[in-house]
Design a protein around this ligand. Structure first.
Ligand code: AMP
Length: 228
């Protein structure tokens, strides 16, 4: 099965795609993760991508589409995938349409204030990309209760999985987060509408601990017969 996971920055796309993918026997492919890896060295391309990401802007479509197509050709993607962070523009959506038939989309619904709180409290392993979060949220907004416990590592600042250092992403500064949310509203929301008309949508309400939300989402996926 081939899925796209949608959601604003900070809504938990990385958390849910990496939890859902193994349960579905498929891989999670995150373009943001791809770009963060490319941006690690000091090549001209790395410097160009660092500059774009540090502003909260989008990497040009031609480069993004080329990289994504290569990812989709890899043997591990042949069983199916969840795309996290792609497509983000209508041109990317059309390019994807030409190479893969998407079965359904997962759409994460999260409150804007909660997303901002979560995004600034997120810590990412600089080696394996595992995600942690130091915010402990327990409050009601507009009638919805949010119980989202912190996701801490056992040893402060160190990844449980690989021992790498936990760092705050360079694009987690408040002004960059605002820009990423603005870009999402302007360029990526239309992509969601484009797919909503074509394929089934599984709605994810991200207001509880990730394991609980993941299990509730799996129930919806099974009920829709999308787990085969
Ligand atoms: P993410 O981890 O998905 O929030 O992505 C982090 C950053 O990587 C974004 O703010 C963009 O600068 C870049 N990026 C990730 N995916 C894409 C994409 N599909 N198109 C363009 N830029 C992207």
């Amino acid at each position: 099965m081939k899925f796209i996971i949608f959601g604003a920055p900070g809504s938990g796309k990385g958390v849910y795609s990496t939890r859902l993918a193994p349960k579905l026997g498929i891989v999670a492919i995150a373009t943001g993760e791809m770009f963060r890896n490319i941006a690690k060295d000091s090549s001209p391309l790395a410097v160009q991508i660092q500059e774009i990401m540090s502003r909260g802007a989008l990497v040009p479509d031609d480069l993004t589409i080329e990289l994504l197509k290569k990812e989709l050709e890899k043997p591990e993607a042949q069983n199916g995938f969840i795309l996290d962070g792609f497509p983000r523009t209508l041109d990317q959506a059309k390019a994807l349409d030409s190479v893969a038939k998407i079965d359904a989309i997962f759409n994460i619904n999260a409150n804007r204030d909660i997303m901002i709180e979560k995004i600034t409290a997120r810590r990412t392993c600089n080696k394996c990309g595992e995600i942690y979060n130091i915010a402990n949220i327990d409050k009601t907004i507009d009638g919805v209760h949010y119980t989202m416990p912190a996701m801490m590592s056992k040893v402060e600042g160190k990844c449980d999985k690989c021992g790498g250092d936990l760092v705050q992403r360079a694009d987690a500064k408040p002004e960059v987060v605002e820009e990423r949310l603005r870009v999402y509203e302007e360029q990526s929301k239309p992509v969601l509408d484009y797919f909503k008309d074509k394929v089934p949508t599984i709605e994810i309400l991200a207001n509880e601990a990730p394991d609980v939300v993941t299990e509730k989402t799996m129930e919806k996926i099974r009920a829709a017969g999308l787990d085969k």
